[in-house]
Design a protein around this ligand. Structure first.
Ligand code: PEP
Ligand code: MN
Length: 341
């Protein structure tokens, strides 16, 4: 159930609604929007009458939600979720935020150079995996914590933020000092124990779509994180597996506007994994902006031909610069900007 309070509702009004919801057996999540407080009741009380809430003091409207994702649904925060970061970057506002960097952290030199190139191109986040989910156990598995130390140092020097993938619960705590966003990869989208644990963390999370996940499944996975009280969550379309073999995955650009309608959470596009071939990444990046993405997560490497993972889909640094310039020209058409105007 959603209870939308009136703009003028007092704290006493809000508290009496919460008390009644708790009495009925709801778990109450409270969010404050631009002008009004919204209370989401999660749970399945045996019996309740929604009209009881509609007539309570300070209530503007109360209604049942039939969708299985109560907190991820747009009605929990009709105006959308905005996440503000320490360097002033806001995700979910007018800016289409660029996150870029190599697939994997490989060396200090590689990351320092990447950070300079991403910052110069207009990116706000440095991406790079220190824990890598590889299809083969014999492939490079990542540098772990020393890799994250390098990421933090490089990002701090260039006023960037750090996004890096967390693969299991035991990595959350040690990663906390180094990352600004935890990335949950496609392969872990339904690792429900990991998601539940990330719900208890007070640090933003970017949840990628699984390779065979429906949009509803993405939203239900998001619900696991939100239900723990971590509302700083972003979603990311990164391509799904189809019968097509020419591209690595099929970038489902249509998921972007659909998710923007169904949820208040910011939605990113990852055209690098989405298409898997460098030459097509700019087209899918621009398509994602046109489709309403709140940001892009992209792979760029100082020397893609020497990359230890995903070199074929990693942009050259000057390609990233050129692409961000094209995004800057395109964004105003859809009421957005890139790089803060
Ligand atoms: C990555 O971002 O490098 C990655 C492994 O992505 P995904 O989980 O989408 O495959
Ligand atoms: Mn990758």
């Amino acid at each position: 159930m959603i209870v939308a309070m009136q703009d003028q509702a007092t704290e006493a009004h809000i508290q009496s609604v919460i008390e009644r919801m708790v009495e009925l057996g709801f778990n109450v999540h409270r969010t404050t929007g631009a002008t009004q407080v919204i209370l989401a009741g999660v749970g399945n009380p045996a019996q309740f009458d929604v009209t009881e809430f509609q007539v309570m003091g300070g209530v503007q409207d109360a209604y049942r939600i039939s969708s299985p994702y109560k907190l991820a649904g747009r009605s929990f925060r009709p105006e959308g979720t905005k996440i503000t970061f320490r360097n002033g970057t806001v995700v979910g506002g007018e800016e289409v935020v660029v996150m870029a960097g190599p697939c994997s952290v490989e060396s200090k030199e590689q990351i320092l150079l990447s950070a300079q190139q991403v910052a110069a191109a207009g990116g706000k986040f440095l991406r790079g995996g220190a824990y890598k989910p590889r299809s083969s156990p014999y492939s490079f598995q990542g540098m772990g914590i020393p890799g994250l130390e390098i990421m933090r140092e490089a990002a701090d020097k260039t006023n960037l933020l750090v996004i890096s993938e967390v693969m299991e619960i035991s990595q959350i705590e040690p990663m906390l000092p180094y990352v600004d966003v935890f990335q949950v990869g496609a392969r872990n989208m339904q690792n429900f124990n990991l998601l539940r644990e990330l719900g208890h963390v007070r640090k933003p999370v970017l949840l990628k779509r699984g390779i065979a996940a429906t949009i509803e499944e993405v939203l239900l996975s998001a619900e696991y994180i939100l239900a723990g009280g971590n509302y700083d969550l972003m979603l990311c379309e990164r391509g799904i597996r189809t019968f097509e073999t020419y591209t690595r995955n099929t970038m489902d650009v249509s998921a972007i506007p659909v998710l923007k309608k169904l949820t208040h959470l910011p939605v990113f596009g990852d055209p690098s994994h989405g298409v898997g071939k460098r030459e097509f990444v700019p087209a899918l990046a621009l398509a994602s902006v046109a489709a309403g993405a709140d940001g892009l997560l992209m792979e760029m490497h100082p020397n893609p031909d020497k990359a230890m993972s995903d070199g074929a889909q990693s942009l050259f640094p000057d390609q990233l610069t050129q692409l961000v310039n094209q995004m800057k020209a395109l964004a105003p058409i859809v009421g957005r900007n890139v790089g803060g105007k």
